[in-house]
Design a protein around this ligand. Structure first.
Ligand code: XBP
Ligand code: MG
Length: 248
């Protein structure tokens, strides 16, 4: 089955956004709000099991600061903290503090030249995706990605398959006609559960993640060509990875 579309995760896949953007932005927002919370690298690695910034803050509170959640304004405070964190992330990305991971730009260029369709499936907020694409690829880049699935457009975030299913439906493709590129166990589980063959490119936050079900596990994309991914994708037959996708 020919490869029709590459569906990229963003955080940890296109760029080391958790390292260079999200974690520093969370900590700066906490400090600005006068909170004594600070997420170190080790703790943040564990917190990444919970996708979505608002969800991650709430999970942290459940574990470490339940009194905070008992406050009558807890929901609004979490929303305000997250909004501040997003503003900071956007500023970091716009300032060029977050660069693409090795091989990403070349692969995107090859896909565009070959007519292989591009899409994004991420749990992060839409404005974070737009600013990263603008800053790293240029002002037209958001149009290169035919479908951008991000944030709260689906009720259940990764590892639920919803965001991948949402994107694949809008591409009007079968899941097995796509190839997902992910960095983490939660992302891999989401893509595989939606029926997409998936390549994992690990980073320091995800290097020890479970990669069961991945078509390939790579350190990064620096030596991978579109032809390589296409050949890899050709080894997949419908129904051999996770559940079969919808029939059209
Ligand atoms: C990424 C995430 C995101 C970001 C935070 O997961 O978990 O939640 O860390 O983004 P994935 P927001 O790479 O699997 O999509 O704060 O904008 O929610
Ligand atoms: Mg990711």
């Amino acid at each position: 089955m020919a490869l029709q579309a590459l569906v990229f995760d963003v955080d940890g896949t296109l760029a080391d956004t958790e390292r260079d953007g999200h974690r520093p932005a969370f900590n700066a927002a906490f400090a600005e709000a006068g909170l004594a919370w600070h997420w170190c690298v080790e703790e943040y690695r564990e917190l990444l099991a919970v996708t979505g910034g608002k969800e991650r803050i709430r999970h942290f509170c459940e574990q470490h600061d339940p009194a905070f959640l008992a406050r009558p304004d807890a929901d609004e405070t979490i929303a305000a903290l997250h909004a501040d964190k997003t503003r900071r992330y956007v500023a970091y990305a716009a300032a060029g503090r977050i660069g693409l991971r090795p091989g990403v730009a070349r692969l995107v260029t090859q896909a565009r030249a070959a007519g292989t369709r591009l899409a994004i499936a991420t749990t992060t907020s839409p404005e974070n995706v737009t600013v990263l694409l603008d800053a790293c690829f240029g002002p037209d880049a958001t149009t290169w990605f035919e479908v951008i699935g991000a944030g709260d457009v689906v009720p259940r975030k990764k590892p639920a398959p919803d965001i991948y299913t949402w994107v694949v439906e809008r591409l009007d493709l079968r899941p097995e006609e796509c190839l997902a590129v992910e960095d983490s166990s939660v992302g891999l589980r989401a893509a595989v559960a939606a029926g997409l063959p998936t390549v994992v490119t690990q980073n320091p936050y995800t290097a020890s993640d479970d990669t069961t079900g991945a078509l390939a596990v790579l350190a990064d994309l620096s030596t991978v060509t579109l032809a390589d991914l296409s050949t890899l994708h050709d080894t997949v037959h419908p129904g051999t990875q996770a559940r079969p996708g919808p029939t059209h």
